[in-house]
Ligand binder design. Structure first.
Ligand SMILES: [Zn+2]
Length: 470
């Protein structure tokens, strides 16, 4: 079994990684570092943080190696040998998808720094993590075996599993659990927070319960809301199969005023436990960490999730209808004030996430798969609810997606989405898909036509817009 050993040099912000590969059959081994991380559809440059790479046999004999790409280390003369690779990773970036090590916290996203052998990506393997202090708490979606002393051992099912399981080690972690049905939810908060613990547990329970009601079941046995309170102001979350890693707060504190932001982020990321962790576009199944994974349907993965993330806050009763309308107005403003006349359709902007999706980029070019995606999800929901007098909704679409694609035997294509929506709606939605998803035409009037059902309209005043009653 392949073994990984993680230890840390907090004073230098370094993670030390050792990999043991017993009884190698191949003449040479290609170690790859991922080029991107799931959740952010953009190539990254994790390799720039790698230093002191070396390759030996377990008897200490040095092996020749060379880099063949920025993220590929090729080790020679490996046949019939037990191989040991070691390197260090500079971990000084703190966001929800990075790795960060100092004397207070070890925070690792394995997808940043874990070299892997592409041919053996589906293998089970062993990870040993050395704790700095025996009283460091360990937070992760993978349950560890704790050995005497400092070490923790994990057995990820495969590399996809480990890449999708960030972990935190720190003395300063608040931990609570709650259950919804037979699913155990964990809350882990590293750092200082001024939020009522019981209220947080109650509200996250309501959010989880409402989401589970939509789909009828939860995809995992447990789920971990992991939160790091940063020194600098930050608002960021990343979804994983049975966890989310969120970085939220300002000046080393998570103040009360961030409470609704925290709930909104948690609700959004939890919805991804179905919608992307399991229900996934064909192009992303499985993830290929070595290159761009272009796909056109991010309005489902991020747009629908953004719509539901907010809507569920209201439906579960943790925010008021007025607060929900305020969230909706923010989404409308992001799109209608900036991007309603952009040159790309949602399909094009989804594909181009890999080009410039996470920067401001060229003016009037792209639309946001998050905000325009959320608006078209709302319009679709209203269409279905109005036609079927609230007996059907976008929830039925989500449930059908879950039933059809939740087992990950295959991913969905764009046409699958239209087919399922039309099945629920009961007639063609060609006009909707042409206008909202495939074209770059304004959806302002179309959105307003559908908002009548809620007794609302969007009013444009000079360069701003707002929600108003009819
Ligand atoms: Zn998301």
């Amino acid at each position: 079994m392949i073994q990984y050993f993680f230890s840390f040099l907090p004073e230098n912000n370094l993670v030390k990684i050792r990999i043991l590969i017993p009884k190698v059959i191949e003449k040479s081994l290609e170690f790859h570092l991922p080029m991107w991380r799931p959740g952010r559809y953009q190539l990254q440059n994790f390799a720039k943080n790698v230093l002191n790479f070396s390759a030996n046999t377990q008897n200490g004999e040095k092996l020749h190696w060379q880099k063949t790409k920025k993220n590929v280390w090729n080790v020679h003369e490996t046949q019939n040998k037990d191989i040991e690779i070691s390197y260090q990773y500079y971990a000084k970036d703190l966001n929800a998808g990075s790795s960060f090590v100092n004397k207070h916290i070890v925070y690792v996203n394995p997808v940043n720094l874990c070299m892997y052998l592409p041919k053996r990506i589906k293998e089970r393997f062993e990870v040993t993590i050395e704790r700095q202090h025996t009283d460091d708490q360990f937070s992760c979606g993978i349950q560890p075996l704790i050995e005497k002393g400092h070490n923790l051992r994990l057995f990820p099912k495969d590399f996809h599993h480990f890449f999708d399981s960030p972990f935190i080690l720190s003395k300063d972690i608040f931990h609570e659990t709650f259950s919804v049905g037979d699913v155990c939810f964990h809350i882990w908060i590293q750092g200082v927070f001024q939020i009522d613990q019981q209220k947080l547990i109650d509200d996250l329970s309501k959010i989880a319960e409402t989401q589970i009601q939509i789909f009828g079941e939860f995809p995992e046995e447990d789920y971990h809301f992991m939160l790091i309170v940063p020194e600098n102001t930050y608002y960021h979350g990343v979804e994983h199969r049975n966890s989310t890693l969120m970085v939220l707060g300002e000046n080393g504190v998570l103040p009360k005023s961030y409470y609704n932001d925290l709930l909104g982020l948690a609700s959004h990321e939890l919805f991804h436990a179905w919608n992307i962790a399991k229900i996934r576009p064909k192009e992303l199944l499985p993830y290929n960490y070595n290159q761009e994974n272009y796909f056109e349907t991010c309005f489902v993965a991020e747009g629908f999730t953004t719509y539901y993330g907010d809507k569920i806050l209201f439906e579960s009763g943790v925010i008021s209808y007025e607060e929900y309308l305020h969230e909706l107005e923010t989404t409308f403003r992001r799109h209608f004030e900036d991007a309603d006349n952009a040159s790309q359709s949602l399909l094009e902007s989804s594909f181009d996430l890999w080009v410039d999706g996470y920067e401001k980029g060229t003016p009037n070019k792209k639309v946001s798969v998050y905000s325009k995606g959320a608006i078209v999800a709302l319009v679709l929901d209203l269409k279905i609810r109005q036609k079927h007098k609230e007996k059907k909704s976008l929830d039925d679409v989500m449930r059908k997606l879950w039933k059809k694609f939740g087992d990950q035997k295959r991913g969905y294509k764009y046409q699958d989405i239209q087919n399922i929506c039309e099945k629920v709606f009961g007639e063609s939605l060609q006009e909707y898909f042409n206008l909202c998803i495939e074209s770059n035409l304004s959806i302002f009037d179309f959105t307003n036509q559908h908002l009548i059902y809620l007794g609302l309209k969007i009013v444009r005043e000079e360069n701003t817009c707002r929600i108003s009653p009819l």
